[in-house]
Write a protein that binds this ligand. Structure first.
Ligand SMILES: [Zn+2]
Ligand SMILES: [Zn+2]
Ligand SMILES: [Zn+2]
Length: 348
């Protein structure tokens, strides 16, 4: 994600800032402008420093989970990100509330990225057939639902936001990387498969050529995966072990990684990052001097991103923390990512 600044005093701001730490102005994210705006806190109405337009905050700001702005002339209590919530936890339960807060952080970053990719979506609360919504639930035998996607309903279990649970699952499922943003990116990938691939015969045909035939029995495939995962040979063809379970999961996993790379590339671009290591070999020299969302060539994005990701992993190792990007992208995975990039870029 790009870095923002306060329109009033020019301090750098994070996407999540509700107030500028330096000048004390109120801040908020305007999805229409794809930018952070600042507001004089001594004035009752929110009039943007940038262009004098008037806004109000999304109703979820009250709970500290959203800083998005709604233009005053638009109707509705919630911003485009919060409009997608169908079930949220009972806010009187503090433990669940804290988990929901973390989930909202990841979800807002996801929605920002969907906007940057120009992907259209609508809330299921407005369009039952084409829409998408989020249910944030506790694990409970009465509903028996798990984190996943089904016909536009994305369920995220609140326990995913529990760091102890996260570490336990990483070990249990042999996953080198498990994060909230990763869950959101994966699950929304299933939704967009339904929207962009399943409904377009030519694209579906191409998908099958690259990812395999998704008409293979999904239940059987997952069963087989859980029975044989420990001796499965996946490294040559897939981005992760789970991606090898079924073409749908391969798509969702690859999609999530494509979004990871695009986000890291945008952040790198925004910071003007470049690396030029002290090596004879030139493959780790890199610079992202373009907006990845405006570049049609994923090969070029990858080539510029890879050296930076290697440097970030090395920095993490300096601090004794796991690699930021602990995956290898082989030729097969690259083909899949290029397919996704072509598909999304072609829609702009
Ligand atoms: Zn400021
Ligand atoms: Zn909101
Ligand atoms: Zn999945």
């Amino acid at each position: 994600m790009k870095i923002f600044e306060c329109d009033h005093c020019r301090l750098a701001l994070f996407f999540e800032n509700q107030r500028c730490e330096k000048c004390g102005y109120l801040t908020g994210y305007s999805p229409d402008d794809q930018d952070m705006l600042s507001f004089d806190p001594s004035v009752l109405t929110l009039v943007s420093d940038k262009d004098g337009k008037e806004f109000r905050y999304c109703a979820n700001r009250e709970f500290g989970v959203c800083n998005w702005l709604i233009p005053i002339e638009k109707n509705g209590k919630f911003c485009p990100a919060c409009q997608l919530n169908r079930i949220i936890p009972n806010l009187s339960d503090n433990e669940n509330f804290q988990k929901w807060k973390k989930l909202e952080g990841a979800k807002h970053r996801l929605i920002y990225q969907l906007e940057r990719l120009n992907l259209s979506y609508v809330s299921k609360l407005k369009d039952l057939n084409q829409g998408v919504c989020f249910d944030f639930l506790s694990r409970n035998p009465t509903h028996n639902r798990m984190t996943g996607h089904s016909s536009g309903v994305i369920t995220i279990l609140l326990e995913e936001a529990d760091t102890v649970h996260l570490e336990k699952m990483k070990t249990q499922l042999l996953e080198p990387y498990r994060t909230l943003i990763g869950h959101f990116r994966h699950e929304v990938g299933h939704y967009f498969w339904d929207r962009l691939v399943a409904t377009a015969p030519v694209i579906l045909e191409e998908f099958r050529g690259i990812f395999g035939d998704e008409r293979a029995d999904y239940g059987q495939a997952l069963l087989r995966y859980y029975q044989s995962k420990y001796n499965m040979d996946w490294k040559g063809n897939y981005i992760s072990q789970y991606a090898g379970s079924h073409p749908w999961e391969d798509w969702a996993e690859t999609w999530a990684h494509y979004l990871h790379i695009m986000d890291m590339a945008e952040t790198s671009f925004s910071f003007g990052l470049s690396v030029n290591p002290n090596l004879n070999e030139q493959s780790l020299v890199g610079k992202i001097d373009f907006d990845p969302y405006q570049n049609h060539d994923f090969g070029q994005i990858f080539k510029a991103w890879f050296p930076i990701s290697f440097a970030i992993n090395s920095l993490n190792r300096s601090m004794g923390i796991p690699d930021a990007y602990p995956f290898v992208i082989n030729g097969e995975v690259m083909k899949k990512m290029k397919f996704i990039h072509r598909l999304l870029f072609g829609m702009r």
